[in-house]
Design a binder for this molecule. Structure first.
Ligand SMILES: C[S@@+](CC[C@H](N)C(=O)[O-])C[C@H]1O[C@@H](n2cnc3c(N)ncnc32)[C@H](O)[C@@H]1O
Length: 268
């Protein structure tokens, strides 16, 4: 990130936590523009079989464009995390960074992820913590006190993610990474706030003046970042089906899995 004071790249940090066999099958959900792979292209093991996927065709096209010059082969596929068109126990790892808080039916997505993971496989899921961009949110609140700048943490964040994952995974570790942005450009602050669509034109102009004043006074606006990644393990001995109805995409029909635990009221 342009204004980060931490010189160690976020995606390098994420990759540092992967602990996977030299021959692994890996699925990334919601890959976005493929930064995870472009930033780590020098250390992707030759024998990894990696599929990048996203719900958005535009994003997947961008991901493909970012990696087209690479010597490495990657597969690309449009996939909705809520219904993954892969056989049970296909992947050693599923990666879903800053994705799960976008997914409407998270129990369904987590059930699908667990289903396609091999026993002993791992879900890596990065997200934000409660403190993410706190100073920026406070600055915006000086213009509009009741504003809600969504960083996804209410739905799936570092503070409530373990509880959600624990229904599907036997062991959950969380890695935290806190940092700081030192923003020296008013335009960058305004562009970010505008992208959240929480302020009208008048409020945005007021925010711009406030940001100008802060930068004139202090030379910088300091903003804390609070992010991290869950590492959620499927039990090595566990090859029982996910406790939920699954979709058999290959045959295009719903299957009730034999031996499935009772379906909870919030399941589809
Ligand atoms: C905030 S971006 C994260 C991109 C990338 N993982 C990263 O960390 O830079 C969220 C991505 O999730 C994708 N997405 C949203 N809902 C999804 C779903 N139900 N299934 C798969 N991808 C989804 C979006 O299209 C977008 O590319």
């Amino acid at each position: 990130m342009r204004f980060s004071t931490d010189k160690y790249d976020w995606n390098r940090w994420v990759f540092d936590h992967f602990n996977l066999p030299a021959q692994s099958r890996i699925l990334e959900l919601g890959c976005g523009t493929a930064h995870l792979w472009t930033r780590n292209i020098d250390r992707v093991p030759e024998a990894w079989d990696v599929t990048l996927s996203d719900l958005s065709t535009g994003m997947l096209r961008e991901a493909q464009g970012s990696l087209c010059q690479s010597h490495r082969h990657f597969e690309f596929e449009i996939i909705d995390a809520q219904s993954i068109p892969s056989n049970d126990e296909t992947f050693h790892a599923v990666i879903a960074n800053h994705v799960l808080y976008h997914v409407a039916d998270r129990p369904r997505a987590l059930s699908e992820i667990r289903r396609v993971l091999k026993p002993g496989g791992c879900l890596y899921a990065a997200t934000n913590g409660q403190g993410h961009l706190r100073e920026l949110r406070e600055l915006v609140m000086r213009v509009k006190p009741d504003v809600y700048l969504d960083t996804g943490t209410d739905r799936f964040g570092l503070d409530n993610g373990s509880e959600q994952l624990s229904r599907w995974f036997s062991k959950i570790d969380v890695h935290h990474r806190q940092g700081r942005l030192a923003v020296t450009e008013v335009d960058a602050l305004v562009a970010y706030v505008q992208s959240t669509r929480r302020l009208d034109q008048g409020q945005l102009a007021e925010f711009e003046k406030l940001a100008e004043k802060e930068i004139a006074l202090h030379g910088v606006v300091q903003i804390g970042t609070d992010a991290g990644m869950f590492e959620a393990h499927k039990d090595a001995l566990d090859s029982t089906p996910s406790p939920q109805v699954s979709i058999d995409q290959r045959r295009g029909k719903r299957n009730e899995r034999p031996g499935a635990a009772p379906v909870h009221h919030d399941d589809p």
